[in-house]
Design a protein around this ligand. Structure first.
Ligand code: BGC
Length: 758
């Protein structure tokens, strides 16, 4: 059997049905784009300067507070606030919206925003885990469910998805990212935007998405949060900007600027990127919001001497809405009076804000959708969260097929993440409740019965330095056939402002593992973490390893099903995995260098003779102690079956500019059970007017095959997928020779060749 893959997955039937039903029931906006533009013009012509400035102001509280002051209410009445964040009491949302609509002079509705990052009450895997599914439909469904839960609280805008390319696991926010690849990032981002926004933002269950952080935040030097990003222009365009462009093309409603500077210019004042690229070249017509205080932080960056200059520089760049600080509020009127900012420019910026409010249908339906609590954590939501968790887990090792386990075995359940309902949710979960988490120990007891499970966590949290629980854990292991160690990091060790320099499992986890390994029992490691940890040193102690980024509400049932073979692992790494921190940044799409590393020439430092003559001849680009390869390549992951790749075929060995070729291979499931393979298409442009990466992902598909089944997978590859920024910074496909691979990961595969011709 053979099929040709379209590059983009269409809307799933589930969402079409949901949207249609909601629109019929609740009545979406009847306004056309032209009506909206006319209404915006009319409205702006009636606004005072103060009211216009009001639309640039976002106020709110920190994520934990619940109150809203009388002062804020009065400001809404005066038309001095356009948007809010973190108003989490529905009664406050209703009160503020009523004041805005009924008591302010022009009745302009507010938008209420919240960080709904990977779930609202039903928590899905962290975005890095979602990326590990290599399944945009999972991302879309998760975002749809999150929106359906969040709108009950009046939230019509989320600060997600985060699409910062992340090559550095020290950076705590890698948890919130989709990893290192621009294509995977773009696909996951677009899918989430569709899930949040649906096809029609005025659908009352739709929430506006926010593409963040524009741009380069993931390149924070040394992985230290908020640090300077040093990104060469070509890489900025070919890698970092790609997901943002895809998001704008997909109709994302808003964009958030980043905290960092890019080559000397803070992102929140970056006129070229915000005005020329985002608005000019890409035609973005929604609005841009700063990050929390990122306008006034330009003073700390040393880019603005005071609040007034910061306001001027962000305004000049076209940043519409200021989150939390008040530089616009305090200085825009003055800047206009002094002629530094043209009021017509402010009008333009206000129109962009109002456009999103109209598109959200807020002028017609400003009221919060009053659903019932029972719709939150609906069984369908939990089932979707479990499915996402199952698909996101990556099996890194499975010696002698220890996994899947037979259900008649006794297991010792040990480790700080075995029963950690709060931790398994991961970072950025303001609205969930840990009581709703189903932990691994709960799920395993349910699956196997109490008597087959010997539980002794050994350590009560991941950073613990106490050996107090060790002896119980060892006793539990002695009484069991198999040891399951649930390790990893607590949720708070990743996320914003939580970077680490040492990426080993924290606390005494490695020590406990050593002691357990001395018993000589079969051992399985299950890691739940917000980042790739350096686990190479402990790998030999385990027969099997499942790497689960924080999996969310349904972590337990998902892991139990995977461990006992109800499901086969199908996640694949969205990042290249380091052996050691000293190797970072490590990413598959690196350049070749003039002295590319290869296995034949590698000489380990221990093999260099004492007093060896100083010479670089014959050496290449590698580390003396660990070579040049990652511990696991991008795209890697095992299943409970074996897949064989054969018969690579190209429909032609020349590819004419503006056309496509078909690249196909046969994939066979040689194992004895059904399993899913993620088949990946890579290319290499051998010679360019600027050098090209050694591999670039161009397409992929998840393929489920029964035992013994084989299928031909065919990818269509168009010259538009081969563009890059050439020596003159123009985006082009250049004629010349290419390699192409159909592969199970970025380091292997069947290779073919073709030539692009004019
Ligand atoms: C983060 C953003 C987030 C915002 C609002 C900032 O600290 O960088 O990603 O959306 O806070 O909570």
């Amino acid at each position: 059997m053979s099929f040709i893959l379209p590059r983009f997955t269409p809307y799933s039937r589930f969402h079409l049905l949901t949207n249609l039903t909601v629109i019929l029931l609740l009545g979406a906006s009847q306004l056309t784009a032209m009506d909206i533009e006319q209404k915006i013009d009319e409205l702006v012509s009636k606004m005072t300067l103060e009211e216009k400035i009001g639309q640039t102001a976002m106020r709110g509280t920190s994520s934990r507070e619940t109150g809203v002051s009388e002062e804020l209410k009065q400001a809404v009445r005066n038309g001095e606030i356009g948007t809010f964040l973190n108003v989490m009491t529905p009664a406050n949302v209703d009160a503020l919206q009523r004041i805005a609509v009924e008591e302010s002079r022009l009745g302009i509705p507010l938008i209420f925003a919240r960080d709904v990052i990977h779930g609202f009450r039903t928590i899905f895997p962290i975005p890095l885990g979602i990326a590990s599914t290599w399944n945009p439909e999972v991302a879309e469904r998760g975002a749809r469910i999150s929106a359906e839960e969040a709108v009950n609280y009046g939230i019509r805008w989320t600060f997600a998805p985060m699409m910062d390319i992340a090559r550095d696991p020290r950076w705590g926010r890698i948890a919130e990212s989709f990893g290192e690849d621009p294509l995977l990032n773009s696909d996951m981002s677009v899918a989430m935007i569709k899930g949040f926004q649906t096809d029609d933002l005025s659908n009352p269950t739709a929430i506006a998405a926010c593409a963040k952080h524009f741009v380069g935040y993931g390149a924070a030097e040394g992985g230290r949060d908020y640090n300077t990003a040093l990104i060469p222009e070509r890489e900025l365009r070919d890698i970092y900007l790609k997901p943002f462009k895809a998001s704008v093309d997909a109709g994302v409603a808003t964009i958030m600027t980043a905290f960092n500077e890019i080559d000397g210019i803070p992102a929140s004042g970056h006129k070229y990127l915000l005005k020329d690229v985002l608005r000019g070249k890409w035609g973005f017509d929604g609005f841009v919001v700063s990050d929390w205080a990122s306008i006034t932080e330009m003073i700390d960056h040393g880019y603005a001497a005071d609040e007034k200059e910061a306001a001027y520089k962000s305004m000049r760049a076209g940043l519409n809405v200021e989150m939390m600080t008040e530089a616009y509020d305090n200085h825009l009127a003055e800047l206009i009076e002094e002629g530094k900012i043209d009021e017509a420019w402010l009008d333009e910026m206000v129109k962009q804000v109002l456009r999103v409010k109209f598109r959200l249908g807020l002028f017609e339906n400003p009221e919060r959708l009053k659903g019932t609590e029972s719709e939150i954590l609906h069984p369908d939501h939990l089932a979707a969260a479990k499915e996402a968790a199952v698909q996101s887990v990556v099996m890194l090792k499975n010696d002698n097929y220890l996994l899947p386990l037979a259900k008649n075995k006794t297991v010792a359940v040990i480790g700080p993440l075995a029963n950690a309902p709060h931790e398994q949710q991961g970072t950025w979960v303001f609205d969930s409740r840990k009581e709703n988490s189903v932990t691994p120990i709960t799920a395993l007891r349910e699956m196997l019965g109490e008597e087959q499970v010997n539980f002794a966590e050994g350590m009560s949290y991941s950073r613990s330095k106490s050996r107090e629980g060790f002896s119980d854990a060892i006793e539990a292991a002695k009484n069991s056939d198999i040891v399951l160690f649930f390790g990893g990091e607590e949720a708070i060790l990743s996320g914003e402002a939580h970077s680490r320099a040492n990426l080993d499992l924290p606390g005494l986890q490695n020590e406990l593992i050593d002691e357990l390994a001395n018993l000589g029992k079969p051992m399985v490691l299950v890691v739940q973490s917000g980042r790739p940890n350096t686990i190479h040193g402990i790998l030999p102690k385990f027969d099997s390893v499942l790497y689960a980024f924080h999996l969310g509400t349904m972590a337990g049932p998902a892991l139990a099903d995977l461990l006992f073979g109800v499901e086969s692992p199908s996640g694949r790494l969205p990042v290249s995995w380091p052996y050691a921190v000293g190797q970072i940044p490590v990413h598959y799409n690196h350049k070749n260098t003039g002295r590319p590393a290869n296995d034949d020439d590698f000489v380990h430092m221990d093999d260099i003779p004492i007093h060896a003559w100083q010479s670089s001849l014959g050496n290449d680009s590698h580390y003396l102690d660990l070579g040049f390869r990652p511990a696991f390549p991008f795209g890697y992951g095992l299943t409970y079956s074996e897949f064989e790749y054969s018969d690579l075929e190209l429909s032609s060995d020349t590819l004419k500019m503006g056309t496509s070729i078909r690249v196909s291979a046969t994939i066979a499931n040689d194992g004895d059970r059904e399993a899913t393979e993620v088949v990946q298409l890579y290319i290499r442009d051998l010679f360019g007017s600027a050098t090209r990466p050694v591999r670039e992902l161009k397409d992929y598909t998840r393929l489920t095959l029964e035992a013994g089944e084989s299928q031909t997978v065919t990818f269509e590859l168009h010259t538009d997928q081969l563009t890059f920024h050439n020596e003159n910074m123009q985006e082009v496909t250049e004629p010349g020779d290419f390699h192409v691979w159909i592969s199970p990961n970025a380091a292997e595969g069947l290779m073919g060749e073709f030539e692009v011709v004019e």
